[in-house]
Design a protein around this ligand. Structure first.
Ligand code: ADP
Ligand code: MG
Length: 611
């Protein structure tokens, strides 16, 4: 590359610049957040190198970012003492898009969302062009042999790289502000933006003689001196979210290990519009150096929805990303943090049931999944589990359920459904309702997987109520039927004829009270549910039909069949009873056939003689 030659941006880069400069208008101030975060990253990068390598340029340089405003020239200059960039790095880092698909992603968002997300897509630097029509970057790399270089671009199709001089290691970015962005050439304005977006950057940001941010990392401050609003601000700057966190865990101790952690339970499982898979959003620091931005080892996988910062001086000096995994200190940190988070969750449940319900609604499935994938954590997780039940709208623990069990009840009962309203209407509950017994209502996909591992609590087995062999404790009023044997037989034959091989038998039920029909399992239906989910099998599972011989729909079917064994309406009713029971169980469903059938039935209903 000859000096001062204009290098064309690749097409994608050009389009990206265009999108950014034209869409971030209402959010222009975020350029500062992005440039400051790059400067802080660069300072962290050189600190990280220095953990193991002393041969860096200006090894004793203090970490700092300074901002200078020249109102006459209409420029803002941001200098840092970070890693700097070599000439090649300038061309590479500021001339290409690191992540593929970035442009498509940004295009798919509306302008309001772009501002929040620009930093997460590895294109934060280019937000400079939202306020500047010319940007120069002069940089001196930490590598002792590298020469300083300058990158310059006027926001159009090309950039220029030339030799430069810079006394010390670091980077200086000069923004030549656009006419309509002069407002940013103001100390007051910049200070305000820093308070809003960059207050907790753990590096001093200087404007003139003043340090304008909180350089003392919040997680290292004594928890009792921190105000709630500081936690919220920190959380919002960390996560780019607008909500308050659901809960905050702040722990700062020197013994038995040095551990400073500031962790948050986010308000929502998913972030904003973009589904971001949550996995280990914990930033790990040691000796004020960010070791790893997304640390999975700080908490068990079932707490991976937590976000925050963990800082320990006790991690080995040469801690590398690989070493974090095997480190004994890390294992202790994980243990300490896990019990603190569990305590926080328990406190929330005890003091603020409403908030806890919101928490469980968002994050309950992580715990259920935890039991399924990490059986060794079962004892830890079990007390945290909460369930909706058939008798109470409040969430219940398994222990609390057990205290409410009938004296002669030996098992914990449950039903599966696809949603809570269906579960509450489950025909399998008829029998327990009649006896005043409570059942758990399971509606999450992961529930059958979890149940395979829970199996028994305090010696009480868990039992699916669709099991025809369940023996319920207590008396139940005797079932009275108006049907004679011939009618019973007609019903049984009718079901067999209509449903044929789709069912595995028909019988009059001993337990149904309010519902006309239920489908009972012929084998472990939880296993079958799991298999069907894994294999994405949407065909109807084979079940045995139990009908309620006292139910008016069934007696009505009986008299029609007694009159004519091939009665079309009776056949449609049988089909629909079967489909309705499947619907409540959350198994197969054929909407097209159901709509057709309902039309037949409605036709019959409106044709009935007027009263
Ligand atoms: P990201 O920060 O997500 O990587 P950016 O567009 O903000 O994306 O920055 C692009 C790259 O430019 C950075 O990854 C870094 O390598 C380099 N860079 C930007 N600013 C600086 C700086 N002040 N010092 C050193 N390198 C920088
Ligand atoms: Mg960046």
């Amino acid at each position: 590359m000859s000096q001062d030659n204009a290098v064309p941006f690749r097409a994608e880069m050009r389009q990206l610049l265009h999108i950014l400069t034209h869409s971030l208008y209402s959010d222009r101030e975020i350029f500062l957040r992005e440039l400051l975060s790059n400067a802080a990253d660069a300072i962290n990068r050189v600190r990280f190198v220095q953990l193991t390598d002393t041969d860096v340029r200006n090894a004793d340089l203090e970490p700092a970012i300074s901002i200078h405003i020249d109102a006459d020239a209409n420029t803002i200059t941001i200098s840092d003492t970070g890693s700097g960039m070599t000439r090649d790095e300038l061309a590479e880092n500021l001339g290409t898009i690191a992540k593929s698909g970035t442009k498509a992603m940004l295009e798919s968002l509306d302008a309001g969302q772009r501002g929040d997300l620009v930093g997460q897509f590895g294109v934060g630097f280019y937000s400079a062009f939202v306020v500047a029509d010319r940007v120069t970057v002069v940089s001196q790399s930490y590598l002792p042999d590298a020469d300083a270089a300058e990158w310059e671009c006027d926001g159009n199709d090309t950039f220029v790289i030339r030799a430069a001089t810079r006394a010390e290691r670091g980077t200086t970015i000069t923004l030549h502000l656009k006419e309509d962005a002069k407002e940013f050439a103001s100390e007051w304005k910049l200070k305000q933006i820093i308070q809003k977006h960059s207050r907790y950057i753990p590096v001093p940001i200087m404007i003139g003689e003043d340090i304008v941010n909180d350089t003392q990392a919040l997680w290292r401050v004594a928890p009792r001196t921190v105000e709630a609003s500081q936690y919220t601000d920190f959380y919002q700057q960390l996560t780019y979210e607008m909500d308050e966190p659901l809960a905050t865990v702040h722990l700062s101790t020197d013994a038995p290990i040095d551990l400073h952690a500031l962790l948050f339970i986010p308000a929502k499982r998913e972030r904003g519009m973009i589904e971001r898979r949550i996995e280990g959003n914990i930033a790990l620091y040691s000796r004020r150096v960010l070791i790893q931005a997304e640390t999975k080892e700080a908490l068990p996988s079932w707490l991976r929805f937590m976000e925050g910062v963990v800082d320990s001086e006790d991690l080995p000096l040469n801690v590398s990303r690989e070493m974090v995994q095997g480190s004994a200190t890390m294992a202790r940190i994980k243990k300490t943090l896990t019990s603190r988070v569990i305590k926080e969750i328990n406190d929330m449940a005890a003091t603020d049931p409403e908030k806890f319900a919101a928490f469980w609604n968002e994050f309950g499935i992580f715990f259920k999944e935890g039991i399924a994938v990490d059986p060794s954590a079962k004892d830890e997780i079990l007390p945290l589990l909460r369930f909706h039940t058939s008798t109470d709208d409040a969430l219940s623990t398994l222990d609390a359920y057990i205290t409410r069990m009938k004296p002669d009840q030996t098992e914990i009962y449950y039903v599966h459904a696809n949603d809570l309203a269906s579960a509450k209407q489950s025909p399998h509950l008829d029998a327990v309702h009649a006896r005043g017994i409570e059942a758990l209502l399971l509606t999450d996909m992961v529930d059958p997987f979890m149940m395979q591992h829970v199996r028994e609590v305090q010696g009480k087995k868990l039992r699916n109520l669709d099991d025809p062999d369940v023996v319920l404790p207590g008396e139940d009023a005797a079932q009275t039927s108006t049907m004679d044997d011939a009618q019973l037989l007609a019903v049984v034959e009718g079901f067999k004829q209509v449903l044929g091989s789709r069912i595995d038998g028909v019988q009059a039920s001993q337990v149904l009270r309010n519902h006309p029909l239920r489908l009972v399992a012929t084998a472990n239906s939880d296993m079958e549910r799991m298999r069907r989910m894994i294999e994405r099998d949407t065909s109807a599972p084979t079940r045995k039909v139990e009908f309620n011989q006292a139910h008016p729909i069934i007696t009505g079917v009986a008299s029609r069949l007694a009159h004519n064994p091939n009665d079309a309406i009776a056949a449609a009713v049988i089909e629909q009873l079967y489909a309705s029971a499947q619907l409540l169980d959350g198994s197969a469903l054929d909407p097209a056939a159901m709509v057709k059938r309902l039309e037949t039935l409605m036709q019959a209903a409106v044709s009935a003689p007027l009263e």
